[in-house]
Design a protein around this ligand. Structure first.
Ligand code: MN
Length: 289
């Protein structure tokens, strides 16, 4: 049975990090999360002038996972576990904050110096209570390591970050079953993806429009889908969308800023652990010049 649209949420604009603007369909007024998805942010596309690119300096996370997917521009990251790297166009970083990590997400130096375009996504996926304090884990996949698929006619093309489509399975390991795919359509292109009936399915359109069960979802809209075990997307006449699915945890959510726990007491513990330095710190080597 194909899933139809239950509701459509229009993303609002919000300032994040050091002050860059994101499009954010969730959370939004009256909607704290779409279990297990806690946050969906589209950064840009925005053209930064030289010296103006903004990021998110050192900050903590505990209790969930952050997934960064960069389409244009580049982000340099560092964290308290000693990981350091760059996420460039087409790359994905899947970070399990688990028990706690402090990281920085900053524009790459050349981007800051010369200016340039930034476009990408950061999505937060909740962890079940039994994994909230799991050891932090990083998975970084460069664009070339992420499987790509296309329909027989070539009019629908997908990037399979998580989950499976058209017989191709993602390269990333997830703590809970997640589907995360980026679909681009030419006129007439369509694809059908099987997704387990227990999963919640979301479609976020970020270019043009995509049709789902006879209804159009347009740029900046998030469609929350109803019951079924497959999803059929059609470009109309062109469109690009993220297809997301996850199994609802059905657990209480106690959330404040960078921490997402099950109870208020756990949230207070997270703040206290952060403030007393138990989430560590980023060790930086001084650079000359
Ligand atoms: Mn962060």
């Amino acid at each position: 049975m194909e899933r139809n649209i239950d509701r459509i949420i229009t993303a609002h604009r919000q300032r994040e990090g050091a002050g860059f603007t994101v499009r954010r369909p969730v959370p939004t007024l009256g909607l704290e999360h779409l279990d297990p998805f806690l946050l969906i942010d589209e950064m840009g596309p925005i053209d930064f002038a030289p010296g103006k690119a903004l990021g998110a300096p050192d900050h903590p996370h505990r209790g969930f996972e952050t997934i960064s997917y960069i389409l244009e521009g580049a982000v340099d990251h560092e964290d308290s576990a000693g990981h350091k790297g760059r996420i460039g166009p087409g790359d994905v970083q899947w970070m399990t904050a688990g028990g706690g990590i402090i990281h920085s997400e900053e524009p790459a130096r050349e981007l800051l110096e010369k200016g340039g375009r930034v476009h990408g996504f950061q999505i937060w996926v909740n962890l079940p209570s039994r994994l909230k304090l799991t050891r932090p884990r990083y998975q970084e996949l460069s664009a070339g390591q992420i499987p790509k698929v296309q329909s027989a006619d070539g009019l629908a093309r997908g990037v399979i970050i998580a989950g499976e489509a058209l017989g191709v399975r993602a390269a990333i390991a997830t703590h809970t079953p997640i589907v995360y795919q980026d679909w681009t359509f030419d006129e007439g292109g369509e694809v059908s993806v099987d997704i387990h009936k227990e999963q919640r399915v979301l479609v976020y359109v970020f270019r043009g429009a995509v049709e789902l069960g006879g209804r159009a979802v347009t740029d900046g809209q998030l469609a929350v889908l109803g019951a079924g075990d497959s999803v059929r997307l059609r470009g109309m006449p062109s469109g690009r969308a993220l297809l997301l699915a996850g199994t609802p945890l059905r657990e209480p959510v106690a959330r404040y800023g960078p921490f997402v726990m099950n109870t208020q007491a756990e949230l207070e513990q997270a703040f206290s652990d952060f403030e007393s330095g138990r989430m560590g710190e980023i060790t930086r080597t001084a650079t000359v010049g």
